[in-house]
Design a protein around this ligand. Structure first.
Ligand code: ATP
Ligand code: MG
Length: 411
């Protein structure tokens, strides 16, 4: 039998850590729903093609990180490594082009066969948004603003930097590619084996390499900004102007390219220096060619995704839960009456803590551990008079109150 533990790079999430990831997702939902985004849930696995064709066949994800398997019917399937390809697949397969723009958010597990490290897991959660059918800079501005507001709501805006860059349109991209290839060829011997291979098939990817030898070469590579055509420059200028107007601080990072093939124009990352090499907590960009590539016609797109666990690691304080009321039966023969009272209080909106055994003293200790603010002590004699004792656990003060006045008293 296999050892009774999680697979490498996967984790059980519970207690404070789970409360934090939940807080991240809830905050995300709250913020993006204000912008009119609706939730979509796509399957956790898709035909391998959906990812292999669309993320780019030289991307890290496709070349070495996907969990692919053959099902019993002989189909090649893949556990989703990211969210965009699946959402765009859903957009196309459900014919959603009729009513643009379409605004979706999602969250869920993603799977990548990576070397596990702090903030880098094999199963992790992303929360992300996709805005389809909007090709103007306003969309880029709002999508970035939404990401910023999200981190602000989490109390993290002081710890992250917004980095933006423009990859321009196809013409700019081709112009840049030529310059880059010429430069990289001059430095061919200094490149990693992976990058030598990328140079032929997808030279832009070299800019995204994490290998030290590649980084040294990339440092002196031609700047993307110098290859942008007028149209692309104007587009990017509007995006930056918009961010300025909203008071969102950013840094233009000329070296920022995203690891996937489908990006154009604006790309951005929210980066922290608190998580070592895993500093990117949220990343996204415009992907105007992706829908068409999937056979869905010319529909522009832009979106981002954040690593929920990575982000939650930045939350320092535990997430506070509502303080409960403890309902404590004094003797066993009033246990069921205590259950009745607890049920009633919960229906009235209180969070109620019940321990299911032990004497009164033990139950009091448990109530304090659960951070209860009040205890309803149910004793047989008082109950016979239609009363219980309500104790304020912060002040120690206690009172006898009529059964139907409990809610009022603890309020
Ligand atoms: P990295 O450069 O860290 O590998 P990436 O470019 O592969 O990131 P994306 O595909 O853009 O990441 O995913 C968006 C976000 O999802 C990342 O910024 C990160 O917060 C999170 N993420 C990506 N891979 C992992 C992972 N293996 N474990 C935990 N979080 C991850
Ligand atoms: Mg990666």
């Amino acid at each position: 039998m296999a050892k009774l533990q999680c697979v490498r790079g996967t984790y059980d999430l519970y207690g404070a850590a789970k409360r934090k990831t939940k807080q991240v997702v809830r905050t995300g939902e709250e913020v993006v729903e204000k912008y009119g985004f609706e939730e979509i849930e796509t399957p956790i696995f898709e035909f391998t093609e959906v990812f292999a064709r669309n993320l780019g066949d030289t991307s890290d994800i496709v070349t070495k990180e996907m969990y692919c398997f053959e099902d019993r019917g002989g189909e090649s399937l893949t556990l989703r490594p990211e969210g965009t390809a699946g959402v765009v697949r859903a957009f196309v397969s459900n014919g959603m082009q009729q009513n643009l723009p379409v605004k979706f958010y999602y969250h869920g597990q993603m799977f990548r066969y990576e070397r596990p490290q702090k903030g880098r897991q094999r199963q992790f959660t992303q929360f992300g948004v996709e805005l389809l059918g909007a090709d103007t800079p306003q969309a880029d501005i709002e999508v970035i603003a939404m990401a910023y507001e999200f981190l602000e709501k989490l109390g993290l805006s002081g710890q992250v930097t917004v980095e933006v860059n423009s990859l321009g349109d196809a013409e700019s991209r081709n112009a840049y590619r030529e310059k880059l290839v010429a430069y990289l060829k001059e430095h061919f011997d200094e490149l990693s084996a992976d990058s030598k291979n990328r140079l032929e098939r997808n030279p832009l990817r070299v800019l995204d390499s994490k290998e030290e030898c590649d980084k040294a070469v990339v440092e002196k590579a031609p700047l993307y900004a110098d290859s942008l055509n007028e149209k692309s420059k104007a587009f990017f200028a509007k995006v930056l102007d918009g961010l300025d107007r909203l008071g969102i601080k950013y840094r233009v990072n000329n070296r920022l390219v995203r690891g996937l093939d489908y990006y154009s124009h604006t790309v951005f990352e929210l980066v922290t220096d608190k998580l070592g090499a895993q500093g990117t907590v949220l990343a996204g960009g415009r992907y105007d060619g992706l829908v068409e590539q999937m056979g869905g016609g010319k529909v522009a797109g832009i979106g981002w995704a954040c690593g929920v666990e990575r982000l939650s690691m930045l939350l320092e304080a535990d997430v506070s839960l509502p303080r409960p009321v403890a309902v404590i039966p004094v003797t066993e023969d009033v246990n069921l009456q205590a259950v009745e009272i607890a049920y009633r209080l919960r229906k009235a909106g209180f969070s109620v803590d019940q321990s299911y055994g032990g004497n009164m003293k033990k139950r009091m200790i448990k109530a304090n551990k659960a951070n209860a603010f009040a205890a309803v002590i149910v004793g047989p004699d008082e109950l016979a008079n239609g009363e219980v004792t309500v104790k304020n656990l912060d002040s120690g003060e206690q009172k006898t109150v009529a059964l139907n006045n409990i809610e009022k008293e603890i309020n």
